[in-house]
Design a protein around this ligand. Structure first.
Ligand code: BGC
Length: 806
C-alpha cells in the first residue's frame, strides 16, 4: 500500500462485499460499487448503481401493517462486460483458475484497476487489465477499458457488453422482507454499430434514467470492425461483438457510457441526451486524462497531509476518506437538490437518508468547498415548509426537521425494524431525536462563520436558524417547581434510551445534550436577529412567525434552561438517569465477545437497554465535542450552574466512557476529539479506531451495506480542526495546535472568507501562506494573539509549549 493506493493482492470472495463498498467510484452525481464488470447480484457480488438523491417509495405489508419506506434505488447497471473464447463459457471470476490477481484503487486519479491472469476449463490462459473511472470531469460519463492478452490461445473472442435493467434492491439482508422492485423498464435499443441504450423509470417517484454505451475493440490502437449483434433479453440491452484474435496479440475493449436522468438541468430528455452526447465523446484515454486532471485540481485543495513517525497506512486511509466525501458530494452536487447521506451512495443501508451525520461532514466541506456546503444547506432550506408542517402536526411552532430525511423532507425513519439477533420486528423510535434540529443550526452558523456569506444568511440561513429556534422555544416548558425551562419527551443521540423503563410513553425528559444545545441555538438566533435592522428584522420575523414574546422567552431560556446533574457534577444524560442500573459489561463481553449492538442482544433476551446506564454512543459528551471551552463556560455561567471546565469535563468523560458501547462509528470520532487536550495517546487510540471503522469493517458486516461517511469525514476533521486547534470565533480564525506524538507534521489548505491559505504545522512551528486572492484582509489568531493576513501574506510562528492545552 503506498500513500495513494488501496491494493488487494488476492481475490477473496468473503471480503468482496466490503471491498465493493470501499472501492466504489462516484462523483457526487452517481456512484457505482466496485463490483467486477462480469458479475451480477449473488451471494458474493453486488453491483450497485446509485444516483445522488435517486429515491423511490414502496409499501410492504408486514405483520398485518402497511409499511411505506423510501429507498435509495439500485438503478440499471451500466457495467456488464465479459467475453467468451471460441465456444467456451463467458469469463467470470468465480469460474476460472486464478494465477495472478490484483485490485487497486488509485486515489490520486480516481482509477480502479484490476489485473488478473487466469485459465479456463479448456486451459486457455488469458491476462486481463481492467480499468474503470466515473468521471469527475463530466459527471455523466463512465469509462471502462479491458486490455486482454491471449497468453496461449488464438481463436474467436466473443465480447458481451450490456446494460442491465433487471435490477432489484438487495444489498441489505435485514430489508429482504420488504418490497424491492423499484424499476420499470422503458426501452432497450441498438443505435448503430457500436452503441446501445437503455431507459428505465422508478415506479413511484417516476425519475427517469437513461444509459447509452459505446463498445469498441482495438488492436494496436486501431479500431476493429467486429461482427456485431444486438439483442434485448430479460430487461437487458446486450451487444455481442466477435473478433478473430491471435496468441499474444493484445486486444483492447473500450466501453464508454453516458448516464442522464429526468432530474438533470440543461437537458431536453434523458435518453436523447445520453444518445447524442455519447456520439461526441472521445476515447477512453482522453476521457481519463480529463478525469485525472479534475482529481488533481481537487487534491491540491483537499488533501490533508500527515507525516507520521511510524510505517502505518493512516495517510492512505485518510485519503480514502477524503476521496469518499468527494465521491458523495462534489461540485456536481451543486446542481442537484440533495443532502449528504450518512452511508454515502455506496450501499443501501439507511436508504441514502440524511441524518445528523452531516454535522460531522460539513466542517470539511465548509473549510474546503463552501459552495458544496451551501448547496447542502439549501437542501434543508427547501424543506422548511415540510418541517413547519411537522412542527404544527405535533402542536409546536417553528420548524421541526425529521430525524431521517429523503426526497421531500418528511420523516423517513422506519416505523418498525428487524432485529436480526431475534428475528423480531420492533418499533423504531429513533425519530424522537429532535436534536437533529441543532445540527442544522450548527451547520448554518459554522458555514456563515467561515464564509461571511451574508447573502446566504439573509435569504436562507437566518430563516432556518430562527425557525428552528422557534421550535425549541415552543417545545420547552417552564417548570414552576424547578423554576427552569424543561424539554420533555425526546431522545438524545444515544439510541439505546428511548423511554423510561417503567413507562409506556416514548421519550425522556431533559436530555442534557438537547437542553444545552438548545441554549446555544437560541443564542445564535439572537445573534442573527441582531444582525438585521428595524425593517429587515420585521420582515424576517414575519416570515418566521416570530413575535416579541418569543424573543423574550428566548432571552429567559438562555438563563433558565434546566440541565440535570447527579453525583458530583456528573451531567446526567437525562433526568432520572442516575436511577438506572449499572450494566454488567464484563459478563456481556465474556458471553458475546462484541457488545457494540447491545440493543439487539438485550432485545433478543427479552430485556432492554432502557434499564441500564449503557449508551450506544457519545451523548452528554457531544457537548464537549461540538462546543469550544469558551462556549461551554459561557453557557454554564449564564445558566448559573457551577461547572469547572478544567476538572469537570475530564470527570464526565471518564464517567461516560466506561458506560459506552460505541455501537455507532461516530462515537470514536467524538471520543478521540474530547481526549485531544486531556490525554493525547487516548485520543490517538480512538482516532485509529475511527479511522479503521470501514477499512476493517469493525462492526462486522455493516461496511458492505455502505460506508460510514460521518466517521470518515470525522477522522479528516480531527486532523483538520481538532489537532490544529482551529476555531472560528469573533471573526478570527484561531489556531492552537497540539499534535499527537505520532504525527510529525500536518500540511493542509483552508478556505476562509474567500481566501485560500496553506497551513504547515509541526510540534514547534506554524507557517501560514496565503495565495493570491481578492477578498479583504482577515485575522488569524495563534495561541491567543491575532495577526492580519491578506493575499500573499506568509508568516511563521514558534509555538509556545505552555499554551497548548486549553
Ligand atoms: C447512529 C446515529 C446515526 C445513524 C446514521 C446510527 O446507528 O446511532 O447517530 O445518525 O446511525 O449513521
Amino acid at each position: 500500500m503506498d500513500n495513494w493506493k488501496i491494493t488487494y493482492h488476492s481475490y477473496d470472495a468473503e471480503e468482496q462485499a466490503k471491498r465493493e463498498a470501499l472501492l466504489t467510484l462516484g462523483n457526487g452525481y452517481i456512484a457505482l460499487r466496485g463490483a467486477f464488470e462480469e458479475t451480477s447480484d449473488n451471494a458474493t457480488h453486488y453491483p450497485g448503481t446509485y444516483l445522488a438523491g435517486g429515491f423511490n417509495r414502496l409499501t410492504t405489508n408486514i405483520a398485518g401493517k402497511d409499511i411505506e419506506n423510501e429507498d435509495l434505488v439500485n438503478w440499471p447497471n451500466p457495467l456488464p462486460l465479459t467475453f467468451r473464447i471460441n465456444q467456451g463459457k463467458p469469463f467470470h471470476i468465480d469460474q476460472v483458475t486464478i494465477h495472478e490477481f490484483q485490485h487497486e484503487l488509485d486515489l490520486k486519479s480516481g482509477l480502479l484497476i484490476r489485473k488478473v491472469k487466469f485459465s479456463d476449463e479448456q486451459g486457455n490462459e488469458t491476462s486481463l487489465i481492467a480499468k474503470r473511472f466515473v468521471s469527475m470531469n463530466n459527471c455523466h460519463v463512465i469509462g471502462i477499458s479491458w486490455d486482454i492478452v491471449p497468453e496461449n490461445w488464438s481463436g474467436t473472442l466473443h465480447v458481451v457488453s450490456a446494460l442491465d435493467g433487471d435490477i432489484k434492491n438487495n444489498n441489505v439482508a435485514r430489508y429482504s422482507d420488504l418490497n424491492n422492485e423499484h424499476l420499470n423498464l422503458i426501452s432497450t435499443n441498438c443505435l448503430g454499430e457500436h452503441i446501445i441504450s437503455l431507459a428505465a423509470e422508478s415506479n413511484q417517484s417516476h425519475i427517469k434514467m437513461a444509459l447509452a454505451a459505446r463498445t469498441e475493440l482495438f488492436i494496436d490502437d486501431k479500431k476493429q470492425k467486429p461482427r456485431a449483434n444486438f439483442k434485448s433479453e430479460k430487461g437487458k440491452a446486450i451487444h455481442e461483438l466477435e473478433l478473430e484474435v491471435q496468441k499474444l496479440q493484445p486486444v483492447r475493449i473500450e466501453k464508454i457510457m453516458t448516464l442522464y436522468t429526468s432530474k438533470d438541468v440543461a437537458i431536453s430528455e434523458p435518453l436523447y441526451q445520453a444518445k447524442t452526447s455519447i456520439e461526441k465523446l472521445p476515447g477512453f484515454n482522453r476521457l481519463l486524462q480529463k478525469h485525472e486532471s479534475s482529481w488533481e485540481n481537487l487534491w491540491n485543495r483537499i488533501d490533508t497531509k500527515i507525516r507520521l513517525n511510524d510505517q502505518s497506512e493512516d495517510q492512505t486511509i485518510l485519503r480514502l476518506h477524503t476521496f469518499h466525501i468527494l465521491q458523495t458530494v462534489s461540485s456536481h452536487t451543486v446542481n442537484i437538490d440533495i443532502g449528504v447521506p450518512s452511508r454515502g451512495w455506496h450501499g443501501e443501508a439507511y436508504r441514502g437518508h440524511i441524518f445528523w451525520d452531516e454535522m460531522y461532514i460539513m466542517p470539511f466541506l465548509i473549510l474546503h468547498l463552501p459552495h458544496v456546503a451551501r448547496s447542502l444547506l439549501m437542501y434543508r432550506f427547501r424543506r422548511l415548509g415540510e418541517a413547519r408542517q411537522a412542527a404544527r402536526d405535533e402542536g409546536f411552532e417553528g420548524a421541526m426537521f425529521p430525524w431521517q430525511s429523503g426526497s421531500d423532507g418528511r420523516e423517513e425513519s422506519q416505523k418498525i425494524h428487524l432485529n436480526p439477533e431475534s428475528g423480531n420486528w420492533i418499533p423504531d423510535n429513533s425519530h424522537q431525536q429532535r436534536h437533529i434540529n441543532h445540527t442544522i443550526v450548527y451547520n448554518v452558523w459554522h458555514y456563515y462563520q467561515a464564509t461571511k456569506d451574508m447573502e446566504f444568511l439573509s435569504y436562507y440561513g437566518a430563516e432556518l436558524i430562527l425557525s428552528v429556534a422557534l421550535f425549541w422555544s415552543s417545545i420547552a416548558q417552564f417548570d414552576r417547581k424547578k423554576s427552569r425551562f424543561v424539554i420533555n419527551g425526546v431522545m438524545g443521540p444515544d439510541e439505546y434510551h428511548t423511554k423510561y423503563p417503567d413507562s409506556d410513553e416514548l421519550g425522556l425528559n431533559n436530555n442534557a445534550y438537547t437542553n444545552f444545545m438548545t441554549v446555544w441555538v437560541i443564542q445564535r438566533a439572537l445573534d442573527v436577529l441582531a444582525l438585521f435592522d428595524g425593517n429587515q428584522q420585521k420582515q424576517i420575523m414575519q416570515a418566521v412567525g416570530l413575535k416579541d414574546e418569543h424573543v423574550k422567552k428566548w432571552e429567559e431560556m438562555t438563563h433558565k434552561m434546566y440541565i440535570p446533574f447527579h453525583d458530583d457534577n456528573i451531567i446526567s444524560q437525562f433526568e432520572g438517569y442516575e436511577k438506572l442500573k449499572e450494566f454488567d459489561w464484563e459478563r456481556y463481553k465474556r458471553e458475546h465477545g462484541e457488545v457494540m449492538r447491545l440493543d439487539r442482544i438485550l432485545e433478543s433476551e427479552g430485556d432492554t437497554p432502557n434499564r441500564y446506564k449503557a449508551s450506544k454512543q457519545a451523548d452528554v459528551l457531544m457537548i464537549f465535542f461540538l462546543l469550544t471551552s469558551h462556549e461551554i463556560k459561557e453557557i454554564f455561567g449564564q445558566l448559573g450552574y457551577s461547572f469547572n471546565i478544567q476538572t469537570d469535563i475530564a470527570k464526565n468523560i471518564r464517567y461516560y466512557q466506561q458506560r459506552t458501547s460505541h455501537g455507532s462509528t461516530l462515537s470514536k470520532v467524538v471520543h478521540s476529539w474530547i481526549y485531544a487536550r486531556l490525554n493525547r495517546s487516548n485520543s490517538w487510540k480512538n482516532f485509529k479506531q475511527a479511522l479503521m471503522s470501514d477499512f476493517k469493517d469493525v462492526q462486522g458486516g455493516t461496511t458492505p451495506e455502505g460506508i460510514h461517511l460521518g466517521a470518515m469525514a470525522g477522522t479528516v476533521d480531527l486532523i483538520q480542526r481538532c489537532y490544529t486547534g482551529l476555531q472560528i470565533r469573533d471573526d478570527v480564525l484561531w489556531l492552537n495546535p497540539r499534535l499527537p506524538e505520532n504525527i510529525e507534521n500536518i500540511v493542509l489548505s483552508i478556505r476562509f472568507r474567500s481566501h485560500w491559505f496553506r497551513l504547515y504545522i509541526n510540534h514547534k512551528k506554524v507557517k501560514i501562506e496565503f495565495e493570491k486572492g481578492w477578498a479583504p484582509p482577515v485575522e488569524i489568531g495563534i495561541q491567543g494573539k491575532t495577526y492580519k493576513f491578506e493575499e500573499r501574506s506568509c508568516k511563521e510562528f514558534e509555538l509556545d509549549q505552555s499554551k497548548k492545552s486549553n
